[in-house]
Design a protein around this ligand. Structure first.
Ligand SMILES: [Fe+2]
Length: 584
């Protein structure tokens, strides 16, 4: 099922000293994640991709072709494992790795919902082509694809499809499935996906935000074994006590590692795991990837060895991979870091599969772009729109003269239902940007029917112009908001033309334009360019009056199936508490 050393005779002979090693690391302080100690003056020998010896003296394995790395006074640590991330958004994988490898992560377990909302199982297979034969290990999980948009169910992965996907070595199990949609719904699809995953011997990742007591227990009964949604010490304890592997997240969406602070020294951290839960271009360029999370945990008081173990062995165990990765021991992959000290999580050397892939501040591995299957470039199945497509008859109001609104709260993510007066002209409802009332549009891009709903939103703050994007969370959609139908039309048509992207329009002209042609979520531009584009996007939103901290993030989460209390779909607004669809 998983990769193995095809020539174990060769490894045995190297371990015994009958053959010479390819690489020896000598006399470092070795982080032993198995016993929780630092072993002084330890050495490691490597044959091909694998570790053959760990002990006080590896000199017997040194031959004339053996590369020797002197590690005296430095730390030898296992390569990091990020067990819950979303790297299938925004970036080409080769470009992403250019920034991620220096941080020392040698294994990535990623969600891949973006490719699947673009193209279903076919999208997942296209992503698998992208992660093959990389200098680090990349794995993915099959997305649950829970959505409040019925049309987005078009590409939802079915039990017979997951069975086949789970046969693949790079597919480690099932990705995050919102607990409510697994256990509080009569629809059995998610439970069946979970069942198939457990049957295949793989693991079901969870998303138990807000669940406790019997509901959390029910989620475990369904098959979920982990959760990365702990936002308080109580959440951490509740999950650990019920046997959940508990991820502490520190990424661009949320920073929750701090919840661990009061528990340090009080509980066993062996079932706690650090993760990023995804990253954006700005964080990647400014902070690098994942090593800052480990450094942050140490700054909170987590002992360095424990923080390293929470980023290696613990996660390897969750995925049943600790015989391959997660620690420095014979028979494991040679995924090894040389760190300056235990307190300084800044690798000097990164070794992956036995090869040095980063040293002297340079990524030395070959990072080539793999051409995409062309189908992934045509995922916005929507005809060009006309301005009149965005008119809303005044007669469609449930309460005459009033419109139901999505009111974005101050953190930019949570939204509540509201009621507003909307101006009327010629029997049509208009946006009222002076009073912060914009039209909000959802267009299904999956089915070819381009079903749409036009509602209203407060809290974006644009005084003019419009914005559209295809990076919608948990939906295969174009989402747009705007003050004028003319600008909405131009923004929507521009993302249709690019087959994905984020666009701002104002005064009938394009003000910002970031194409996401890969599945409607991923740019094919270099990371630096994406970063500059997103900065420009935010600036333009602010120039148009928005005070949102991250306007694009707020916009794309308006379709999320996991953020309360009201979201937009092609069927109208979806209200979580009432579990219903309502129109304006
Ligand atoms: Fe996630």
């Amino acid at each position: 099922m998983f990769p193995y050393n095809a020539d174990n005779r060769n490894l045995v002979e190297t371990a015994l000293g009958n053959k010479k090693a390819d690489l020896v690391i000598r006399h470092g302080e070795l982080v032993d994640v198995y016993t929780g100690r630092v072993l002084p003056k330890y050495s490691v020998a490597v044959c091909g991709s694998w570790i053959t010896y760990v002990g006080p003296d590896a000199d017997y394995a040194i031959g004339e072709n053996t590369r020797v790395i002197e590690a005296e006074g430095r730390i030898i640590a296992p390569g990091f494992v990020d067990g819950h991330t979303h790297i299938a958004n925004f970036f080409d994988i080769a470009d992403f790795l250019k920034y991620a490898i220096p941080g020392g992560t040698t294994t990535y377990m990623t969600e891949v919902e973006s490719y699947c909302f673009g193209l279903g199982v076919q999208g997942l297979n296209i992503f698998l082509d992208q992660i093959k034969d990389r200098p680090v290990k990349l794995y993915c999980t099959v997305p649950a694809m829970v959505s409040t948009s019925p049309a987005s169910g078009h590409f939802a992965i079915q039990p017979d499809e997951i069975r086949e996907l789970l046969q693949k070595e790079e597919v480690l199990g099932m990705g995050e499935s919102y607990w409510q949609n697994a256990i509080l719904t009569p629809d059995n699809r998610i439970l069946e996906l979970m069942q198939e995953t457990v049957k295949a011997g793989k693991s079901v990742q969870g998303h138990a935000a807000g669940a406790a007591d019997k509901r959390l227990g029910a989620y475990a009964c369904a098959g979920a074994v982990s959760c990365h949604e702990s936002v308080s010490p109580e959440d951490i304890l509740n999950r650990l006590q019920m046997g959940f592997w508990t991820f502490l997240r520190h990424g661009y969406i949320r920073e929750d590692v701090g919840s661990l602070k009061t528990l340090i020294g009080q509980i066993d951290l062996r079932r706690c795991i650090l993760c990023t839960d995804g990253i954006d271009a700005e964080s990647l360029v400014k902070r690098g990837y994942f090593n800052d999370v480990i450094q942050y945990a140490i700054s909170l008081g987590v002992p360095p060895l424990e923080a390293i173990r929470m980023s290696s062995l613990n996660c390897a165990e969750l995925y049943h991979m600790d015989h391959l990765i997660g620690g420095i021991a014979p028979g494991r992959y040679a995924d090894i870091l040389i760190l300056p000290s235990l307190d300084e999580i800044k690798p000097e050397i990164v070794i992956s599969n036995g090869s040095v892939i980063f040293e002297n501040d340079k990524v030395t591995a070959e990072l080539r772009r793999i051409p995409y299957n062309k189908k992934i470039f045509t995922t916005v199945n929507v005809p060009l729109m006309r301005q009149e497509d965005f008119t809303v008859p005044a007669a469609s109001c449930s309460i005459p003269g009033k419109v139901r609104t999505i009111d974005i709260q101050s953190n930019g993510l949570v939204a509540k239902e509201g009621l507003a007066d909307a101006p009327v002209a010629d029997g049509k409802l208009l946006a009222d940007p002076v009073n912060d009332l914009l039209k909000l549009v959802f267009i299904d891009r999956a089915t070819g029917r381009a079903e749409k709903f036009i509602g209203f939103v407060r809290g974006i703050g644009m005084k003019s112009g419009a914005v559209a994007t295809t990076q919608a969370w948990d939906a295969s959609a174009i989402i747009a908001a705007g003050a004028s139908d003319e600008d909405i039309t131009l923004a929507v048509n521009t993302v249709i033309h690019h087959q994905g992207g984020a666009v701002i329009t104002a005064g009938g002209a394009i003000a910002a334009d970031i194409p996401f042609p890969v599945a409607g979520y991923v740019s094919d531009a270099p990371v630096e360019e994406i970063h500059a584009g997103m900065m420009d996007f935010q600036r333009k939103m602010e120039e148009l009056g928005s005070q949102l901290r991250s306007a694009h993030l707020t916009l794309v989460t308006l379709t999320s199936a996991a953020i309360p209390f009201i979201r937009i779909t092609e069927k109208g607004y979806f209200r979580f508490r009432e579990n219903d669809y309502v129109r304006i």
